[in-house]
Design a protein around this ligand. Sequence first.
Ligand code: NAD
Length: 257
Amino acid sequence: MAAPLRLISRLAVVTGGGSGIGRAVCQRFAAEGASVVVADISEGSANQTLESLPQGHRGQEHMALGVDVSSKDSVEKLVTSIQCRYFQPPSVCVSAAGITLDEFLLKMEEKDFDRVIQVNLKGTYLLTQAVSKALVASGSTKGSIITVGSIVGKVGNIGQVNYSASKAGVEGLTRTAAKELSSRFGIRCNCVLPGFITTPMTDKVPEKVLSKVTSMIPLGRMGEPSEVADVCAFLASDDSRYITGVSIEVAGGLFIG
Ligand code: NAD
């Protein structure tokens, strides 16, 4: 079935666009007519995503840019580069860049705790702030900020004290941003909470753990990046115009209730 065309004339930036969920989001947004800026710390991966993007809808023009979301300077340069190229800020912003550095609490090193918080939580803050500031300064009255948390931020996960804390933080950040930005500036802010999705990130999880988790998923399988991208496209589009400050689980029913 062809994708609907809900994002014609929209400009979107997607961090972590070089792989997994971020790449699928870029592809889905482009298929729905958006111009997409693929942003990733790996410029090579971002360029690979760029090459895979469908083109040909009205005014559509994609680009790839390097960014380290944990650096304020780098995130500000990203937003400035986008505005120089398109003469407007992105009205859709997806923070999908993320990392894991797993270890048990009793063995977790401070540097690994800090790094995961810097990329997953501070990176989401930096991009959300930079894009929101640019939208407000441009006089825009409409935007959609989409953050990527995790089911693990709600329920915790053995070996992920840093990651689960970062993702719980992303949800709190998103709800606060929604309260500050929705009515005053028309910027909706929502969070997607993937469960276990087949990407390079979960490739690192031992097979034994994955099969145990899969047996707990009511829908009986891991998710696909495209299934998270479908929800992001809904949140980016006007189909979700009365939705802000929510978290949507995309987890096949894992940990219902
Ligand atoms: P992935 O490893 O396939 O992709 C992550 C991307 O982020 C990579 O391209 C990487 O280069 C980029 N990245 C890492 N550090 C960066 C930085 N400092 N600046 C910019 N880019 C950076 O992982 P994924 O599974 O696609 O994960 C995407 C998002 O979804 C992450 O936030 C992750 O925490 C979240 N998530 C994934 C799952 C899952 O099961 N895969 C579940 C819940 C949440």
